[in-house]
Write a protein that binds this ligand. Sequence first.
Ligand code: 13P
Length: 263
Amino acid sequence: MIYLPLEYNNSMRKKIAAGNWKMNTTPDEGKLLVKNIISGSPSLKEHQEVYFFPPFTHIGYIAEVVGKPNFYTGAQNCSPFEKGAYTGEISTSMLKAVAATHVIIGHSERRSLFSESYESLQHKSSTVVNSGMTLVFCCGETLAERESKNQYKIVQEQLERSLLHLNKDEMQQVVVAYEPVWAIGTGKTASPAEAQDMHAFIRSLIKENYDETIAMQTSILYGGSVNAANAKELFSQPDIDGGLVGGASLKAEEFIEIIKALP
Ligand code: 13P
């Protein structure tokens, strides 16, 4: 099925390059990486943003070196709970105390390797927006789901069960990341047309559940083997508002080119 982009002036949306470092780098390596990226990046335009998502242990250090307009630091996960007897968990208030402003929720690695359920992700989505932070909510189908032509159904289910319970005001603190599982860390990127089609579908779901204004304002990032060579074409699709980048965000030169590819 082909989903046509909504008619809008997409210059009103934020264009974002986000680096999800996963479980990589020491704090010192992370600091050096950010320094190199920031010194090699152009000044961002008002509608452009860059997010770094280091491991929990480095967020405070990284936030300290990030002081350049429109560059932000965030966490790859958080607890749905505020505080208490939850061994090993990190709350949104702890994250905010070290200057994190964004949180990724629902990454496919957390869904598959750490058994995160729809219910838990729904709780976490609410917790993040209620804390005042920006939620980067991930969705995406597996290869088997795409091969059985269930990619729209599964992405719709992921959004409906863990994100779209948020109200209109809360939705303004949300960035969606479409990351097809088969494209993550595999070197296999969704074609710009395949990614655009799913992004238009996600935007149409947001419109159905809220309204056209919210749908037009929500940035939808593509993730899955984004690199310096393919970023420009992906980001030039009408419903692709940037990328959530894994491997290539760990190499300063590569991530700088991805930042430069933002429209
Ligand atoms: P890669 O860019 O390494 O494929 O990872 C994508 C990703 O999972 C970002 O969250």
